[in-house]
Design a binder for this molecule. Structure first.
Ligand code: NAD
Length: 536
């Protein structure tokens, strides 16, 4: 490796320390005269950056600032994210990333990640050689068709893989050069974007059917050739495609779908933790979903696994779960049931949410519908009237799509609700008590899963590993958190959380014989040693 010097070094984001270069380094590396006199420590640099972030008028401006910081000095960017994850996660990820994606083409500053379009058909393997990193281990890929709850954003959805991979490095210590964000830009059916002359994507209607799957197949094969050890995380695909792709690849290659499997794991962890407050037995829970798409069905599939582990038959497990979608209760008589919904259609007449709550009496109501405000006062009051402590999860992202706010959950249930959300909400004071809403953020799960899969060279990721991750996460919720109604541990400890999940997942992967690499017995030390440390 040639060691860069002078301005070239200062412009190299991997190696620049900017004002932190010491006097000796400045002399030896041709930096004299190129920097102001004072030598900053990394802590002083972080103070300066935090003050600059505070001066920005909006979160999207803060995002742009942080993104530019990453381009200048990768280590200070990650040091800051690791130290200030609770403050910065809402900027680099939900909710701000939603706005970032909407405006991606307009705020575009500098290329990040890898873009593939139908024009690259037949040449994906070849163009992939333009990516300079030889050892990619984690790939997050989207086609931008269902970005958060915001719909088809085409190439603008690239904000999601970029954000998720920043979290991989921050939360699980995956080295930045081992991360690759990918946009499969197959066009968009969002007319507003197609009409926008500034739009940066492939300016055509979406590729569909066989041609679409052929392109994805070609991408997967190209990755298998160039980066055979890489984990592929599917992100924000439209539900039918998300399921098709997952079923196509999950038993063949190292991959998972975060919207389906990661969400499931984090939601199940929340349910396990809620039992410490409700004192209800897991086997006795009835769970209702608002929404029957990839998030809700993914959660239900994993809960079903958990029930089966408790001794239920598949049928008994399914009976504990019910779904309301845009057309009401999911019943057997419904015409055109989607494949992923069939197993959950129940034998009943059609009815709306309120009637279904009164009839089926769920203990847990999980919103993954993208329907803002769907948990109305009446819905929350009804849940409160049939449960001593109703469990309400409003998982839809970003905040503008949440089924209810934290304040509504606590107020309308008269302080009885055990609430968690997809996007963050501030603590709420109600009748003199402080409630801390938990954030059912996938960032609790996917970094640990990815870290485990990478380190043990897993061949595939069986569903059982997501169950393990959920149990692992639930054990990390402190009594103090539970006492304040918070079902998730503090984000500040995210690296410790990912480590614990990775240890448990690796052990289980070894039992299931999907781990292909021998690892030392002391996994915790091994993981800590592997983790990227951006300290100078
Ligand atoms: P999807 O499009 O696959 O499914 C949406 C479902 O909601 C569909 O079944 C639809 O019929 C139903 N729906 C829409 N409007 C409704 C209404 N008014 N009443 C009842 N049902 C309605 O989407 P998805 O991938 O399942 O994601 C749904 C939401 O969950 C998104 O907002 C997404 O951001 C969020 N999500 C959150 C997390 C998390 O917080 N951890 C993870 C993944 C997804």
């Amino acid at each position: 490796m040639t060691i860069k010097r002078g301005l070239e070094l200062l412009r190299d984001r991997k190696h620049s320390k900017s004002t932190a270069f010491t006097k000796e380094e400045r002399a030896g590396l041709g930096l004299r005269g190129l920097l102001p006199h004072a030598i900053s420590t990394q802590d002083i640099q972080m103070k300066r950056i935090l003050a600059n972030i505070a001066r920005k008028p909006s979160n999207i401006e803060r995002y742009i600032f942080l993104s530019a910081l990453e381009d200048r000095n990768e280590r200070i960017f990650y040091k800051l994210l690791i130290e200030e994850i609770d403050k910065l996660m809402p900027i680099i990820y939900t909710p701000t990333v939603g706005q970032v994606c909407k405006e991606f083409s307009h705020i575009f500053r500098k290329e990040k990640g890898f873009f593939i379009t139908p024009d690259d058909k037949g040449e994906i393997e070849h163009i992939l050689y333009s990516w300079p990193e030889p050892d990619v281990r984690v790939i997050v890929v989207t086609d931008g068709e269902r970005i958060l709850g915001l719909g088809d954003l085409g190439v603008n959805g690239m904000g999601i893989p970029i954000g998720k991979l920043a979290l991989y490095t921050t939360a699980a210590g995956i080295h930045p050069h081992q991360c690759l964000p990918v946009m499969l830009d197959v066009g968009t059916n969002n007319q507003e974007l197609l009409n926008d002359e500034i739009y940066l994507g492939y300016p055509h209607e979406r590729l569909r059917g066989e041609e679409y799957f052929e392109l994805v197949d070609e991408f997967i094969q190209a990755i298998q050739k160039k980066y055979p050890r890489a984990l592929i995380q599917f992100e924000d695909f439209l539900t039918p495609n998300a399921y098709d792709l997952l079923h196509r690849y999950k038993d063949k290659i190292l991959c998972f779908n975060d919207d389906i499997q990661g969400t499931a794991s984090v939601a199940l962890a929340g349910i396990y933790a809620s039992q410490r407050i409700t004192k209800l037995d897991f086997k006795d829970l009835d769970i209702m979903f608002l929404g029957a798409g990839s998030a809700a069905t993914g959660i239900a599939d994993l809960i079903k696994e958990a029930f089966i582990e408790e001794g239920f038959t598949e049928e008994e497990a399914s009976q504990r779960l019910s779904f309301i979608d845009i057309d009401g209760l999911l019943v057997k008589g419904r015409k055109n049931l989607m494949t992923h919904n069939r197993a959950y259609a129940i034998d009943a007449e059609e009815m709306d949410l309120i009637t279904a709550i009164k009839r089926l009496k769920p203990n847990v109501l999980i919103g993954a519908s993208g329907a803002k405000g769907a948990f109305t006062k009446e819905v929350i009051e009804t849940m409160g009237s049939i449960n001593e402590r109703p469990v309400l999860f409003a998982l839809s992202n970003p905040t503008s799509k949440a089924e209810c706010t934290a304040e509504e959950a606590y107020t309308y249930s008269d302080g009885k609700a055990i609430f968690a959300s997809g996007s963050p909400f501030q603590p709420v004071r109600y009748k003199g008590q402080e409630f801390v809403p938990g954030q059912g953020n996938n960032a609790y799960i996917f970094p640990g899963i990815g870290l485990a899969a990478t380190l043990c060279a897993a061949s595939t990721i069986p569903d059982a590993l997501f169950l393990t991750a959920a149990k692992s996460l639930a054990t990390l919720v402190s009594q103090d958190d539970v006492d304040r109604g918070n079902l998730y541990p503090g984000l500040k400890t995210i690296r410790a959380i990912s480590t614990k999940i990775a240890v448990d997942v690796i052990r289980h992967a070894q039992e299931l014989e999907v781990a292909q690499k021998e690892l030392p017995k002391d996994l915790e030390t091994y993981i800590k040693k592997y983790m990227y440390d951006p300290t100078y």
